[in-house]
Design a protein around this ligand. Structure first.
Ligand SMILES: Nc1ncnc2c1ncn2[C@@H]1O[C@H](COP(=O)(O)OP(=O)(O)OP(=O)(O)O)[C@@H](O)[C@H]1O
Length: 266
């Protein structure tokens, strides 16, 4: 029996469409305290739409969402105080330096400078971003912009981190540092919603994974239980095969490879 007091995010029977596109279709899942939950799905599966609904940036057509017991449609500001969000799009405040951006965030969030300054220095150093601190964000590389976006999302110590494809563009060392940040965050009771289209990343980082395709949940569980259900199917499939199968990409990938071989004369 689930202990509902332990839940940070609860999504029930959520649906959202854009004209003829059903982006999210009767989706339900929950995220517990201390858990990294991965939304795994191919391009266009509905991951970003789900995240925007949870943040109150989009209105659901049907369904319920609770974030720390709050309704995103009614409590957008309160939820923003408890959540750190890394969006899929690159950072918007391009005409600022990271220093100006962090000062701006600290002032709107009314953060204590004595606590925030050393924390920021540590994050910048850990992510090898000290030298970019006073450069215009518009002049930074994609990966360095992403590091600044991640620091901006965690600097107020939110209870929940919602990260939409956060590792895009990061080098191997920074990926390791971000993974460590997520682990430390969950060790102290925080929760993470993490979206990715890359199965290995979900496997490496997430405690539980929800595989979505065309807005629908097609499988959910720990990596262990997902692997067990794969072997229970009796076929000689690895997890990558099952991901492609569940997301209906297995036939099309074989077809694409066959056509590519013909085109490239192999
Ligand atoms: N504002 C919008 N207007 C129209 N269609 C939209 C809009 N936002 C999303 N969609 C459509 O909804 C579907 C789900 O998109 P979404 O961005 O949620 O997918 P995703 O899983 O995050 O994909 P990706 O991995 O490529 O980022 C797609 O078909 C997309 O084209």
């Amino acid at each position: 029996m689930e202990n509902y007091e332990n839940l940070t995010i609860k999504v029930e029977k959520l649906s959202k469409s854009f004209k003829e596109v059903q982006a999210v279709n009767d989706l339900s899942f929950h995220i517990k305290k201390g858990e990294i939950y991965g939304l795994l799905g191919p391009n266009g599966a509905g991951k970003t739409t789900t995240i925007k609904l949870i943040l109150g940036l989009l209105e659901p057509e049907v369904g319920n969402i609770s974030v720390l017991g709050l309704d995103p449609e009614k409590n957008e500001i309160e939820i923003k105080n408890q959540v750190g969000y890394v969006s899929e799009e690159p950072l918007i405040y391009k005409s600022l330096t990271p220093k100006e951006l962090f000062n701006f965030i600290a002032s709107i969030r009314k953060l204590d400078g004595d606590k925030t300054t050393p924390k920021l220095a540590q994050y910048l150093e850990s992510l090898s971003a000290v030298e970019y601190y006073e450069r215009l964000i518009s002049t930074l590389s994609r990966g360095n912009k992403q590091k600044i976006q991640i620091i901006a999302a965690i600097m107020h110590d939110p209870e929940i981190l919602i990260m939409d494809e956060p590792l895009t563009g990061l080098d191997a060392k920074s990926v390791k540092v971000v993974k460590e940040i997520l682990e430390l965050h969950t060790n102290r009771g925080g929760a993470v919603l993490f979206s990715t289209h890359i199965m290995e990343i979900a496997e490496d980082i997430c405690d539980r994974i929800g595989i979505i395709n065309q807005g629908k949940m097609v499988a959910e569980g720990t990596m262990e239980t997902l692997k067990q259900s794969v072997s229970a199917m009796g076929e000689n499939l690895d997890l990558e095969d099952i991901f492609l199968k569940l997301t209906e990409q297995d036939d099309s990938i074989n077809h694409i490879i066959e056509n590519l071989r013909k085109t490239m004369n192999l």
